[in-house]
Design a protein around this ligand. Structure first.
Ligand code: SAM
Length: 249
């Protein structure tokens, strides 16, 4: 692998190449992808904080929106194959087996239009995470989604995530910390506005404090760390890194 490529140069290339396919999905989809990947610290953070490793090949993205994670990981894999990857970043999977589950047909259509060229083909399903079957996986990504369903439904999704994950599997769950009242209120306001702009109906949302999220995940059998994940934004977002025990030898 190249050790001459700086992390900033690598990120510029990732941003360019992972968003370019969204031109196929129309102006909105392309601009949304560029803005989201450029401004949301979670995507670069998942790479540079070593949260996605080579072993996380089977990826389940719940509430996947435009499936940006599939595009990002696919470009990351091809850059590594070409030897263009900063030495400071760990390897991500060489081949992604991606499933996205998204409720909104328009987002699913944009993702399918943009990512149809990927090999292996991503599965991008229009379904409700509360009832959709979850495939066996090594990594589950849930970014800013669980607050759309009520507290028992959140727990139901997380139980099914735990059951779908292989031993040693990882859940990356970004949530708002309801204990940070002012920043949490800003997140909710922006969330409602973006939901409306994307042409979706705005529904009530259900939050928990960071302590409550952590306690719930631990009760389900995960070992949990948390990483603030709202740098450069006014939000109270936290990325929970929740790991299952590896299989015993
Ligand atoms: C704030 S967006 C985040 C999208 C994506 N995770 C990202 O970070 O780019 C939340 C997404 O969750 C989806 N969503 C909400 N409720 C859902 C449900 N019950 N099942 C599947 N997806 C859902 C929304 O339609 C929306 O696309």
């Amino acid at each position: 692998m190249s050790n001459t490529l700086s992390t900033d140069a690598a990120w510029r290339r990732l941003h360019e190449e992972a968003t370019a396919p969204y031109r196929q999905s129309g102006r909105f989809g392309w601009h949304f992808a560029r803005g989201k990947l450029g401004r949301d610290p979670a995507f670069r953070g998942m790479l540079e904080r070593q949260l996605i490793g080579a072993r996380h090949a089977r990826v389940l993205d719940i509430g996947s929106g435009q499936s940006l994670t599939a595009s990002l990981l696919s470009v990351a894999a091809s850059m590594q194959t070409q030897g263009h990857w900063p030495s400071a970043w760990p390897a991500t999977p060489a081949r992604i087996d991606y499933t996205g589950i998204e409720l909104m047909p328009r987002d699913v259509a944009r993702a399918q239009a943009a990512l149809g060229h990927l090999q292996p083909a991503p599965r991008i399903l229009c379904a409700d995470m509360c009832s959709a079957p979850l495939p066996a996986c090594d990594l589950v990504v849930i970014l800013d989604v669980l607050h759309y369903v009520d507290l028992p439904a959140q727990e139901g999704v997380l139980q099914r995530v735990r059951d779908a994950l292989a031993p040693g599997g990882r859940l990356l769950l970004r949530v708002g910390d309801a204990a940070s009242k002012r920043r949490y209120a800003i997140s909710q306001w922006v969330d409602h506005t973006v939901t409306r702009v994307r042409g979706h109906r705005v529904s009530p949302t259900w939050g928990r404090t960071l302590v409550e999220w952590t306690t719930l995940l631990q009760r389900l059998g995960f070992a949990v760390q948390n990483i603030p994940m709202s740098q450069g934004t006014p939000f109270a977002n936290v990325l929970l890194v929740a790991d299952l025990e590896p299989a015993s030898p």
